[in-house]
Design a protein. Structure first.
Length: 534
């Protein structure tokens, strides 16, 4: 069982009534109720007396057993009286402190005696650091980290240091802590991390956001939350990559794997011009690069008489006039097609969408709508399971890459046995051939170093793209895992012997069966990655 006790009080007017404490508690309670977190939530109302609140808290703590998770949250005023923290309730009267306030010791006692394995007390109030019982010394000049012993069997997440005030922000509609926690816990899961998202991950992310805010707003600083205490084992909050089970689909001879995330698309196959309709769609990435056999069936192949480009010569560099299908090292039907420029890759994806039927799988409805295109850069980052913040593959151990053989001068044929598949069942994302990838908007905020622009460059009147993954000629430990298309010798018209592509498929969430849609929404949270394709 996962149980959360969540309360908040703006306090009475004569004590400086807060604006957002109660709405912060309601926001966090709503977050805990999300299926991906799976908490039962216990709350209190303004009509409850402090004694009623205490009894409700004790009953909640008593209901937990070994293996359970118990989280307790309070938002509101905190008053330090006689070295003890008193939590202000709706009708607090300072002349009747004991009967009209909540003692922080009530919460710490409940946490101490609760039998749950994972226990977390969150105090989102001023003087929060005083909640852990003081040790031998007490000083207003010393941080609570140096004053108090750790709780012996639970954790305390503090919104502020012992003598800091927690502010409310009109721009956030509440306090900083709940705003960021809700964004993190309801947002897309970082699938580059193979483990589940833990409390330690939450603290790192909260600290990063607080530090970033303070750097950008030197005159409007926020306290940096911190954690006290001990826990018995992993304190996981969200599912991770280890919880995902690959889902495949096949159509037109190409196999696709479902990515655990959602996007917001504009004008998705609406068939009408000048509309701004949007819907949530899923992304399915090709399990393998497009092969010679698959490419040879397309008008792109027939229109150019087969791929032609440049091969690498150690003495002269890239030498043009190379036809891979006339070279015995490159013409295996199961080898990735190479010497394909970006426009040809886009033409293939468009043609494939025109001739392909609804993908065959039990999780896609027969009347499903599908859109095919060259993969986006964000598709590749999600599929490879690497953080977009890491430019070099060597920084991310444990990923499946095609081994580099110094004697190999051509791509390896596709291996459908699964020996080169990664956690999604996708193969050869790194080290076989470089792959074209659409330059999409989804990393505009998350990965500014990529210089990601909109897909269509209005100034030049053409689409933008990257190449990703590295090829058989490269040392993967020394090259970046993506390059802008403009950086290539011939830009988007580059057609080298180590450059191919794979395509992706989009299907609306409503066209999937309920169980798969539910699993996808669990990973995507309440805030799908935004992207606009018209």
């Amino acid at each position: 069982m996962k149980l959360a006790f969540v309360i908040g009080s703006n306090g009475p007017t004569h004590l400086g009534r807060l604006k957002y404490a109660e709405s912060d508690a309601a926001k966090l309670a709503e977050c805990f109720r999300l299926r991906r977190l799976g908490f039962e939530v216990v709350t209190a109302t303004a009509d409850d007396e402090p004694m009623d609140v205490r009894n409700r808290l004790y009953r909640a703590a008593d209901s937990c057993r070994s293996g359970d998770t118990f989280v307790c949250y309070f938002a509101g005023h905190g008053r330090l009286e006689a070295s003890a923290l008193r939590l202000v309730w709706h009708k607090t009267d300072l002349n009747q402190m004991l009967s009209t306030t909540l003692s922080a010791e009530t919460f710490t006692e409940a946490m101490h005696h609760c039998r749950a394995d994972n226990k977390l007390l969150i105090l989102d109030c001023c003087r929060a650091g005083a909640a852990v019982p003081a040790g031998i010394r007490d000083s207003t000049e010393t941080s609570a980290k140096n004053l108090v012993p750790d709780p012996d069997n639970y954790l305390v997440l503090m919104a502020a240091d012992r003598w800091q005030n927690v502010r409310e922000y009109d721009s956030l509609g509440g306090g900083f802590l709940v705003h960021q926690m809700s964004e993190i816990l309801s947002g897309p899961i970082a699938v580059h991390d193979p483990s589940q998202f833990s409390l330690a991950d939450l603290m790192k992310t909260l600290g990063w956001h607080a530090a970033s805010h303070n750097r950008e707003n030197p005159d409007d600083q926020v306290p940096i939350p911190y954690l006290y205490g001990r826990q018995r084992g992993p304190f996981n909050l969200l599912p991770g990559r280890c919880d995902w089970r690959p889902i495949f689909a096949e159509t037109g001879g190409l196999e696709f794997s479902l990515l655990p995330g959602l996007r917001q698309f504009i004008n998705f196959r609406s068939g009408r011009e000048n509309t701004r309709e949007s819907e949530l769609i899923t992304t399915w990435i090709g399990r393998y690069p497009v092969t010679n056999r698959q490419f040879n069936n397309s008008p792109s192949y027939r229109s150019i008489g087969g791929p032609e480009g440049a091969s690498w010569n150690s003495q002269y560099g890239w030498v043009s006039g190379f036809r891979p299908l006339q070279d015995a090292d490159f013409n295996d039907p199961e080898q990735p097609v190479v010497c394909v420029d970006y426009p040809a890759a886009r033409r293939y994806a468009k043609w494939f969408g025109e001739v392909s039927n609804t993908p065959s799988t039990d999780c896609i409805k027969k009347e499903a709508r599908a859109l095919f295109r060259v993969q986006c850069a964000s598709d590749w980052y999600s599929a490879v399971g690497v953080s977009p913040f890491a430019q070099f593959p060597s920084y991310n151990a444990g990923r499946i890459r095609v081994g580099r053989d110094d004697g190999r001068r051509a791509p390896m044929p596709i291996d459908r046995s699964g020996s080169r598949d990664n956690w999604l069942g996708v193969a050869d994302l790194e080290g076989n051939v470089w792959e074209w990838a659409m330059d999409d908007d989804s990393y505009g905020l998350r990965r500014p170093a990529l210089h990601v622009r909109s897909q269509y460059d209005q100034d030049r009147g053409r689409y933008k793209a990257l190449v990703v993954g590295g090829g058989f000629l490269d040392d993967l430990d020394r090259i970046p895992n993506s390059l802008l298309g403009d950086a290539l010798p011939d830009g988007l018209m580059t057609s080298h012997a180590d450059l191919g592509f794979r395509i992706a498929m989009h299907i609306p969430l409503t066209d999937l069966t309920a169980d798969v849609a539910d699993s996808i929404e669990c990973f995507s949270g309440a805030s799908p990655i935004g992207i606009t394709i018209t």
